[in-house]
Design a binder for this molecule. Sequence first.
Ligand SMILES: Cc1ncc(COP(=O)(O)O)c(C=O)c1O
Length: 394
Amino acid sequence: MSTQTIKTDRFMNTYKRTGLVFEKGKGAKLYTADGSEYIDFTAGIGVNALGHGHEKLVTAIAEQAAKVIHVSNYFLTEPSIKLAEELTDLTGYDKVFFCNSGAEANEGLIKIARKYGSSKKPDKNVIVTLKGSFHGRTVTTVTATGQDKFHQFFGPFTPGFIYVEPDNLDELERALTDTVCAFIFEPIQGEGGVRPLSPQYLQAAEKLCRERDILFVADEVQSGVGRTGAFLACEKLGVRPDMTAVAKGLAGGVPVGAILARGACAETLQPGDHGTTFGGNPLAAAAARVVLNELTQPGFLAEVDRKGEKLKSAARSWKNPLIKEVRGMGLMVGIAVTCPPSDVVAQCRTNHLLALTAGEDTVRLLPPLVITDEELDAGIARLKSSLDELAQRA
Ligand SMILES: Cc1ncc(COP(=O)(O)O)c(C=O)c1O
């Protein structure tokens, strides 16, 4: 179907769609049906860790589909058994619960935190999150999200959430009372504007949580699975959460989510407490095993760091008056701009580069982790031209 003939009137109006219809992809490139090529600095919003059309991923999905796609969680399959072992070995967590999305992973860990807290004290169920955070679109995860713009229309919301300023330890210390069961944070706020937390803040927050028997919980749905140049961003920040949510990149594009838990958190849920029909299905598990295998190849994560530095240092070297700041970790990069970031994204699209916005003022770049230097250089050149063209117009 060509881009000109698309009809979107049968879709609910939930996305500001671009009008682009993609047919296929290879590496960090996507192609429309009429053959136009785009460099993808979005990776499906941080999902296509191995890019598009990755041969090993495609083969594993096809082979697993031919064997068995789904059996329900009353039974096990080899891919999910192996994935559970590989993921817990890699991350040092004790146990995993598989689900299908980031929001679902966060919903599940909120349930674990509340069950854990109320076993200590009946009213220990309050959850502290950060202003500017994003944790998902279900009623409870949207409540956990510390941004007012998401808190409209859908009330009444789940009670028991409070929000504090990122990197303000005094405020956090006051908020962590004996009714709090968990502190949930993104190590780098993604949707909120690619804003890393300081390691000093996070390390002090972890200490406070431990002293007060409050669970220290990371939402690494966007920052996890190699995106920041470590398998989990918390490794780089020197903290060890009790639980971590991952999703997005974990199966390279097949829907998946996971709650990783250690210690008491890993034992909190009992049969009947929680569940999912699709979570941990062999198709997603087979795909995720390929992603883990690729990410653990020697030098893979160092390359993510190198390519991220290349992108950031290029943007920092430009004397473009629209650029306020360049920040991020690994291939999770934010460029704060003085114009609406959606203008930059639109101009990039005109120049056949796909980019994202984040927060109020940020252009967000999440290329596939396997992007080649050639693709990266071409994308950087298109980004520079787009910003230059906008600056000339301003
Ligand atoms: C940090 C974070 N948590 C949770 C979510 C929700 O994930 P999903 O859209 O898979 O439900 C997102 C999605 O952008 C996210 O970035």
